[in-house]
Write a protein that binds this ligand. Structure first.
Ligand code: PLP
Length: 377
């Protein structure tokens, strides 16, 4: 076998979020700084408008982060104590925490083969107290919203989407986060559209929900300054909004590059029986995926991970290696055998727009070498 030239491929490259466009970003920061435009200024309003147009949704409200966004979305939808909200346990704890802090009870369910919420499991978990379904549009893919929408309609439930990982992802042409009463997206630096710190937004098509979001995210104050409800301070910094508005202009290229990388992985790894890869871009006309992550299922996962680490390749297991219901101190009593078994195989390969074709080839070659050498390292 040909020897592979060693290189380093970090799982994510945080400095590049800034250094890849340092001069342009400094110009944005200087402009905002010199205007003293820090809180609720025109850059934020512009970004909200541009993002709403991009997603084909009526309203976008910038918030401090997606976790807050989900909490505010639930509160604006009138969900609270006594209600149950069904979510998929293969998600960040933030999804369940938002439900918890709304006062409702988070009810975890299984995912399907695509790692997204399983509609059959949702239907089986419905009780008289169920008020909403909260699907996580995981890894940049949107769940089967036709199936979830039918269940919601049949049982009179709301849908609130955790689209933290899915900006611009679509199901049958419709954007993640825009199917139900509201949805939240994250602008954490490693997300597909990342800012230089924390950030997020909520989107909705419902004017009444929009009005409530405006109040709830700014101390419960209306336009005249009158406090009309208990609110939080959860605004998206105007500076981050200005940076995001600049980055949004190149977002289509970022998504295209991520999809290209997914195709490269597919070409180079698709024949290995030890792996299960995510659906390739364009393999299903219902789905347009933005590949926030490239989450594979791998035989001998831990040995593969160690093998790649020795070769300078960073990988990750989402959520510290556990589904939400597997954190014992949170008090869940559910057993979810499919997800629990899945978590022994899940692995994220490097997936971001700063990767070169050579990086992807190197990662793929090392994985092939691992399995062809019998996993001995
Ligand atoms: C990143 C993430 C969140 C939280 O987003 P923040 O902006 O960091 O609060 C929530 N859910 C999922 C699925 C995420 O990946």
């Amino acid at each position: 076998m040909q020897t592979i030239t060693r290189k380093t491929v970090p799982f994510f490259d945080y400095p590049k979020v800034f250094t890849s466009q340092e001069a342009e970003l400094l110009a944005v920061i200087t402009d905002v700084g010199r205007r003293g435009a820090f809180i609720l200024q025109r850059d934020l309003a512009q970004f909200e408008e541009n993002l709403a147009r991009y997603l084909g949704v009526k309203y976008v409200v910038g918030v401090a982060n997606a976790t807050d966004g989900l909490l505010l979305a639930l509160r604006a939808a009138g969900i609270g104590p006594g209600d149950e909200v069904i979510f998929c346990s293969h998600t960040m704890v933030a999804t369940a925490a938002a439900i918890h802090f709304s006062g409702a009870t988070p009810v975890p369910v299984e995912c399907g083969a695509d790692h997204l919420i399983d509609p059959a499991a949702v239907e089986a978990a419905i009780t008289p107290r169920t008020k909403a379904i909260l699907p996580t549009q995981l890894n940049g893919r949107t769940a089967n919203m036709a199936a979830l929408g039918a269940i919601a309609e049949k049982h009179g439930l709301m849908i609130v989407e955790d689209a933290a990982q899915a900006l611009g992802s679509r199901f049958r042409g419709k954007a993640a986060g825009t199917f139900g009463v509201a949805g939240a997206v994250s602008f954490y630096p490693a997300k597909t559209l990342g800012c230089l710190g924390d950030g997020g937004c909520v989107m909705t098509n419902d004017p009444a929900v929009y009005d409530k979001l405006l109040l709830l995210h700014d101390h419960g104050r209306d336009a005249s300054g009158e406090v009309v409800v208990w609110g939080l301070n959860s605004r998206l910094d105007n500076l981050q909004a200005a940076i995001l508005d600049f980055k949004l202009k190149q977002y289509d290229q970022v998504v295209a590059r991520r999809r290209e990388i997914a195709s490269l992985y597919q070409e180079r790894l698709g024949d290995l029986p030890q792996l299960r890869l995510p659906p390739a871009p364009d393999s299903d006309p219902d789905h347009f995926d933005v590949f926030q992550n490239y989450e594979i299922e791998a035989e001998d996962r831990d040995a593969l991970r160690a093998y790649l680490r020795e070769r300078g390749i960073g990988t990750l297991i989402q959520w510290g290696g556990k589904a939400v219901h597997q954190f014992p101190k949170l008090g869940f009593t559910q057993r979810l055998p499919y997800i629990e078994s899945l978590f022994t195989r899940l692995l994220l390969l490097p997936m971001h727009a700063f990767l070169t074709d050579d990086d992807v080839a190197y990662v793929s070659d090392c994985i092939r070498e691992f399995y062809l050498s019998g996993g001995q390292g």
